[in-house]
Design a protein around this ligand. Structure first.
Ligand SMILES: Nc1ncnc2c1ncn2[C@@H]1O[C@H](COP(=O)(O)OP(=O)(O)OP(=O)(O)O)[C@@H](O)[C@H]1O
Ligand SMILES: [Mg+2]
Length: 472
């Protein structure tokens, strides 16, 4: 019989677990209301699987997990959290959690996860290898993402933390590849050693090799002295090679060799130099295509592709948009005491948009809107044109007979400005424009507006337009 231990300070959660798992024959459920209680209980009951809440009165789930790992390295632990933060996800995996789930949870999913974890528990008890990770201070990563695909990314980062594996990060421009590379570094054992980022696309092809590997004096015209390259400078540290798609074949060969043997020669030299560097690479092109087209060495690709993190495009995780938007609002607010909000219609537009430039484009849009917004909320009008035109289905400059588009725009404008009496305001503008256009000719102006001259005169009266236009 499998033994399951649930730790949660909320009686309701313990109760629902009893309902879900209490009656299963092959399972014996115990519960604890705090981390302290659980730690005392575990040596006695020896559970096969522990499920616990992260936020609890007393010691937290992560702390409980850490303390548990001091005497029990194998029992799988599933953490439950209502706060799907990057930090929790990464911390949880780093401290050896088996998995984590977000509350409120879906019962079939939970049951499936429990079954999988129990299988893993059986296997774990056969193999004896688990190194509890050293405790590291928390890093504020600033990677936002509640969507399942981003949660997977966080899990992978957490799992990678202790290894020196080469990582290949792919994804469209602006999806956060550089951010993820930094996060991997910050969470790695090399976080006290240097981190060097090199954008391969920004360095001319003929200089990249010497940038990376250095050169001997006189290696080529202009090489007046010895130069130490990045791979040598960064010994013991981490190198982030961005845009690896753009690299000359000879440079690719050298990189492959460094990865395989930890040695290279400076350009123009023949002495093997040793270096110990962890490599993280990124590209916004599909590396498989570059390989099949012969632009990228296949063996290097496989060597880089040991761990692959594919960042999903923002349009594939639209769920993350509101949280990202409010993160950028906070980040770019000039006054932290008064952080602007986003009005509901404007947020809806952000969520509808396809974001070809991904998170970077969203970040720029929010930054810009903050500058444009006058009150304490961002309105539709404050968003860049390509986003605001979306829902209305019209260009801002209304042309031809697109009355529908115009009235939709007016309607939204009115809704965003509740103090405004929209119909009189619009009428007044129309009359003024018509009179300006016709040089004050009331007959013509009335014709343009489709009203009688008498009606026009009444409007001129009512809105006190006369003074403004200085017409008779
Ligand atoms: N998940 C995220 N949470 C918060 N900010 C993000 C996230 N993803 C990306 N950003 C922000 O978006 C911008 C672009 O991210 P980044 O430079 O990492 O993209 P990239 O994938 O490297 O793009 P490129 O291929 O164009 O180099 C950065 O300012 C980054 O801080
Ligand atoms: Mg980048």
């Amino acid at each position: 019989m499998d033994k399951l231990l649930l730790i949660d300070d909320e009686a309701d959660v313990r109760y629902s677990f009893e309902r879900i798992f209490g009656s299963k024959d092959a399972l014996q459920l115990s519960t604890a209301a705090s981390g302290e209680e659980a730690l005392a209980l575990i040596p006695q009951i020896k559970p096969d699987l522990v499920i616990m809440d992260v936020r609890m009165v007393g010691i937290t789930g992560i702390e409980t997990l850490q303390q548990l790992r001091e005497f029990d390295t194998k029992t799988p632990v599933i953490l439950m959290t209502a706060y799907g933060t990057t930090q929790t996800a990464i911390q949880a995996m780093k401290h050896g959690a088996y998995d984590y789930i977000l509350k409120p949870f879906d019962v079939p999913k939970l049951e499936e996860l429990v079954a999988k974890a129990l299988d893993a528990s059986r296997l774990m008890k056969q193999v004896v290898s688990y190194e509890p990770l050293p405790d590291k201070e928390d890093y504020d990563l600033g990677i936002i993402g509640q969507s399942p695909s981003m949660q997977e990314v966080f899990k992978t980062i957490g799992q990678l933390a202790s290894s020196d594996a080469t990582v290949l990060i792919t994804g469209e421009s602006g999806t956060g590849k550089e951010l993820v590379a930094r996060a991997i570094y910050n969470h790695s054992q090399r976080d006290k050693a240097p981190y060097l980022a090199i954008n391969c696309a920004a360095i001319p092809e003929n200089l990249l090799e010497s940038e990376l590997f250095g050169h001997e004096k006189g290696a080529f015209t202009g090489a007046s002295g010895l130069r130490i390259g990045k791979f040598e400078q960064c010994d013991g540290g981490t190198i982030f090679l961005d845009e690896i798609g753009d690299m000359a074949p000879s440079t690719q060969t050298k990189i492959l060799r460094v990865l395989q043997s930890g040695t290279f020669e400076r350009v123009g030299g023949n002495k093997a130099v040793k270096t110990d560097v962890r490599l993280i690479a990124a590209t916004n092109k599909l590396p498989e295509t570059a390989v099949s087209e012969g632009d990228f060495r296949e063996d290097l690709f496989y060597r880089l592709n040991v761990v692959r993190i594919e960042l999903p495009a923002l349009r594939e995780r639209k769920k993350d948009i509101p949280q990202l938007a409010s993160y950028f609002l906070q980040r770019y607010s000039s006054d932290p005491e008064h952080i602007k909000t986003i009005q509901a219609d404007a947020l809806a537009l952000l969520q509808d948009y396809d974001w070809p430039g991904n998170v970077r484009e969203l970040e720029n849009a929010v930054q810009r809107a903050l500058v444009m917004a006058k009150g304490d909320a961002i309105l539709m009008d404050n968003l860049p044109h390509e986003i605001s035109k979306q829902k209305l289905g019209v260009e801002t400059d209304v042309e031809g007979d697109d009355v529908e588009g115009l009235s939709a725009k007016l309607f939204h404008w009115a809704r965003n400005n509740p103090d405004l009496k929209v119909i009189p305001a619009v009428e007044r503008e129309l009359v003024i424009n018509a009179l300006k256009e016709t040089g004050g000719n009331q007959v013509q102006a009335a014709k343009i507006l489709g009203i009688t001259r008498a009606t026009l005169r009444k409007r001129v009266e009512k809105f006190s337009i006369r003074q403004e236009l200085s017409i008779e």
